[in-house]
Design a protein around this ligand. Structure first.
Ligand SMILES: Nc1ncnc2c1ncn2[C@@H]1O[C@H](COP(=O)(O)OP(=O)(O)OP(=O)(O)O)[C@@H](O)[C@H]1O
Ligand code: SF4
Ligand SMILES: [Mg+2]
Length: 322
């Protein structure tokens, strides 16, 4: 049984939505079908026990990709494959995949006590034999995520945003998940609380050998926890590679633009360029390189020919130059 190697392989996965007007009104107005390309031929692998982060601006297709990985959205083309793993208890099978959402307020049922929220998947999956063992496990999970056992009897509204995200993580761990898809898990939180949750996630990864697919619109959030990084623009990966390399030697003009917008604590007075230009519509992406209307380096070829994603050093790059 393979212990190293990819836990997830995504092969040329695309997701397109038909956002056309109703057929009758199209007939009257002679409007053509409108296809929104949310994710376009994306390929990557995620190694077990590592963090693969995807970063890009709003609307670039991050959540759609996350939903495909957890099976909430079918790819229109391409395939996603999870490899069987051997668990600590010796059982072999596909990894258990769970999603952690951005909004810890909306993702917890306000009418349920926290103990019941965390116990539900344990009961559902029959992971413990009796009620005493279930409640013991709930208490252990609350402590693992930095809450107290007595919090089981409280309702979600009694907790802060950061604490609620800890409850969401405890619920994901309750399923004995191996692979967590984290869609902007800290974006709704204050900066100081964000750091606490990220530290907790790093600690849990080491402790339980978890694999993360981590999604953010903010490069600084993923800086310290990513092994591999993919920069996404209008549904496509434009730069990928080991995180140190992408941060240390960003090759794509869009990656550089994203990096320039990050505040630098060591050089607080460094001139920062604001993010310039609007993200074009994924229904009618610009021809050639989709980034060309915003790119300071754009040349004639960029306006007509789309640069393929090609292997560069330990990663890949989609740019005619660099
Ligand atoms: N079910 C759907 N039907 C039609 N269009 C959709 C659907 N889901 C997503 N889209 C569109 O697909 C594109 C990508 O959306 P997605 O939510 O994946 O982006 P995102 O990168 O997660 O953005 P954000 O950072 O704002 O969460 C957007 O233009 C969105 O409007
Ligand atoms: S291909 Fe051209 S427009 Fe696109 S990122 Fe590279 S230089 Fe800029
Ligand atoms: Mg999203």
């Amino acid at each position: 049984m393979r212990e190293s190697g990819p836990i997830l392989t995504v092969s040329a996965a695309s997701c397109r939505f038909d956002v056309s007007a109703p057929a009758l009104s199209r007939l009257l107005t002679r409007e053509p079908c409108r296809i929104l390309r949310a994710v376009e031929t994306v390929s990557f692998t995620v190694e077990r026990g590592t963090t693969f982060s995807i970063v890009g601006e709003s609307g670039c297709g991050k959540s759609t990709l996350a939903r495909m990985v957890v099976g909430l959205q079918r790819p229109t083309e391409g395939a996603l494959h999870f490899s069987d793993i051997t668990r600590i208890d010796g059982t072999i099978g596909p990894p258990r995949v769970q999603m952690i959402f951005q909004d810890p307020y909306a993702s917890l049922n306000p009418r349920w006590r926290v103990g019941d929220i965390i116990a539900e998947p344990i009961r559902e999956l029959k992971l413990r034999q009796d009620e005493a063992a279930i409640m013991q496990r709930v208490g252990d999970l609350l402590e693992i995520v930095g809450l107290s056992r007595t919090d089981a009897s409280r309702y979600p509204h009694a907790f802060s945003g950061g604490q609620r995200q800890r409850i969401s993580i405890a619920r994901a761990l309750a399923t004995e998940a191996d692979f967590l898809v984290c869609d902007e898990p800290t974006s709704a939180l204050d900066v100081s609380v964000q750091a606490q949750i990220l530290n907790l996630m790093v600690k849990l990864q080491k402790e339980f050998g978890l694999t993360y697919l981590f999604i953010s619109h903010n490069l600084s959030v993923v800086r310290h926890m990513s092994d591999q990084l993919a920069i996404m623009y209008l549904g496509r990966f434009v730069e990928t590679g080991p995180a140190d390399e992408v941060f240390g030697n960003p090759r794509h003009p869009y990656t550089r633009l994203l990096l320039e917008t990050i505040p630098d604590v060591e050089k607080p007075n460094r001139a920062r360029r604001p993010m310039s230009g609007e993200v074009p519509s994924p229904i009618a992406p610009p021809p050639g390189c989709a980034f060309h209307p915003r790119c300071a380096m754009a040349a004639d070829i960029c306006r007509v020919e789309r640069p393929p994603l090609r292997i560069v050093a330990a990663g890949a790059l989609a740019c005619h130059f660099g």
